[in-house]
Design a protein around this ligand. Structure first.
Ligand SMILES: *[C@@H]1O[C@H](CO)[C@@H](O)[C@H](O)[C@H]1NC(C)=O
Ligand SMILES: *[C@@H]1O[C@H](CO)[C@@H](O)[C@H](O)[C@H]1NC(C)=O
Ligand SMILES: *[C@@H]1O[C@H](CO)[C@@H](O)[C@H](O)[C@H]1NC(C)=O
Ligand SMILES: *[C@@H]1O[C@H](CO)[C@@H](O)[C@H](O)[C@H]1NC(C)=O
Ligand SMILES: *[C@@H]1O[C@H](CO)[C@@H](O)[C@H](O)[C@H]1NC(C)=O
Length: 377
């Protein structure tokens, strides 16, 4: 994968505008999206629908600051994305997109500059169709050249092009066309990660999201091994709905925070390293009641995910020949979620017997060949 994978899963593709020289810019984008993130009181039990499509100059800048203070930057995240929330209902008189004028009185460029000044690349949302997915905002249909030009004028590094209101359009042709208006490469994109969002899950749209902590961990594992962009849409600002609707985003009303579950998943640098490895995406190696995915890594080790989609506990093991390794190979494995090493073993993993994987869970390991030791010969 890595280059020219056009049809995004969940009908979204991320298209890089250009290589702006940012470190790792040829790796899957590792970043944060505003989509559910500026919603209200997501950590409480109230049942009101979140406000998804809100952003303004203050909340965008506070989110850039929060990106740093919650630890995303230190864990390697570098990409800041404003989703469907920013565009004015009307194109300007010359037909160009413009930022919503009351929310962005100074336009979009100061936000882009601010993110850049804090070491982040900047991404902006548009939609291939007539309107954006939320609706009420103009889509890029018929305006690809103007839109690519205005994004470049503002210094935007990455454009996410969504797929709504696209009657009669072909995704492959369209994404290729937009890509020609700027972009040398793109990734298969499994869309935003919902890690720990529960009630504020992006597509819950006001209904209670019902993914479990185990499933959030499985989600992150799969995005990592399949080299999907890791774009988390976890709220970083803990604001009340009242303040949000009033547009009252101040450091006082919106503390930067992550839940312990989100910290454990999103800041696991060993799992992030699998995603960011400069190698082709992983693939399914063995299927059945539970499955094995593998991805060759640049240091010669292999990321292996044991995924149990069933409702029963799975007893898993791996024959090392499945990795293309010859008989007699001795390997050591590390559990990347438990951050614990297993004893080295020969020809199979684990050394004997099986490991238990809970329903819907994923055991994610990094397995490395070892020099053959006397004891194993
Ligand atoms: C519309 O936006 C474009 C791109 O930012 C700009 O060059 C142009 O001057 C704007 N036109 C008007 C009438 O404001
Ligand atoms: C969508 O845009 C196309 C091309 O500009 C136009 O022909 C079509 O009528 C529009 N459809 C709707 C539903 O607005
Ligand atoms: C979670 O929600 C989905 C979609 O509404 C539903 O199909 C599924 O049964 C739910 N799972 C649980 C464990 O409640
Ligand atoms: C958000 O703020 C509320 C009220 O101050 C607090 O009870 C809650 O723990 C905070 N949530 C997080 C995730 O920090
Ligand atoms: C890893 O590389 C080896 C050698 O090129 C190849 O045989 C194997 O299929 C690759 N494994 C995966 C999971 O792509």
């Amino acid at each position: 994968m890595g280059v020219s994978t056009w049809v995004g899963v969940a009908s979204v593709a991320l298209v890089w505008g250009y290589d702006n020289g940012a470190k790792n810019s040829r790796r899957p984008p590792l970043g944060w999206s505003s989509w559910v993130a500026l919603g209200p009181q997501w950590q409480t039990s109230h049942a009101e629908a979140p406000v998804f499509d809100f952003c303004d100059e203050t909340s965008a800048k506070l989110s850039v600051d929060a990106f740093h203070s919650v630890g995303l930057y230190d864990a390697g995240y570098r990409h800041f994305h404003l989703d469907d929330c920013w565009a004015d209902k009307e194109r300007n008189e010359s037909g160009f997109l413009q930022a919503e004028r009351d929310h962005f009185p100074n336009g979009m460029k100061p936000i882009v500059d601010y993110a850049h000044s804090k070491g982040l690349t900047f991404g902006l949302y548009t939609c291939a169709g007539n309107y954006t997915c939320v609706g009420g905002r103009p889509g890029s249909r018929g305006h690809f050249q103007e839109d690519a030009a205005v994004f470049a004028e503002w210094g935007v590094d990455v454009v996410k092009m969504d797929w709504c209101h696209t009657e009669g359009m072909d995704p492959k042709e369209t994404y290729t066309e937009f890509s020609k208006a700027g972009a040398p490469y793109a990734w298969n994109d499994m869309d935003m990660l919902e890690s720990g969002n529960y009630r504020q899950a992006a597509h819950a749209n006001g209904r209670t999201g019902n993914m479990t902590a185990t499933e959030y961990q499985t989600e992150f594992s799969m995005w990592a091994i399949l080299a999907s962009p890791l774009i988390v849409t976890t709220p970083l600002l803990n604001c009340s709905k009242t303040d949000q609707i009033a547009g009252n985003f101040t450091p006082g009303t919106c503390a930067a925070s992550l839940t312990p579950l989100q910290r454990r998943i999103l800041l696991n640098t060993e799992v992030i390293a699998i995603n960011q490895d400069d190698t082709p995406a992983g693939r399914l190696l063995q299927d059945g009641d539970w499955s094995i995915y593998g991805r060759n890594l640049s240091d010669g080790s292999v990321a292996v995910a044991f995924y149990n989609p069933s409702e029963e506990i799975a007893q898993v093991s791996l024959d090392l020949s499945l990795l293309g390794w010859q008989t007699g190979t001795v390997a050591a494995a590390r559990d990347l979620w438990a951050r614990a090493d297993f004893p080295a073993s020969k020809d199979r993993f684990p050394a004997s017997g099986t490991l238990q994987v809970e329903p819907h869970a994923t055991l994610l390991c990094r397995i490395k060949k070892q020099e053959v030791q006397e004891a194993f010969v």
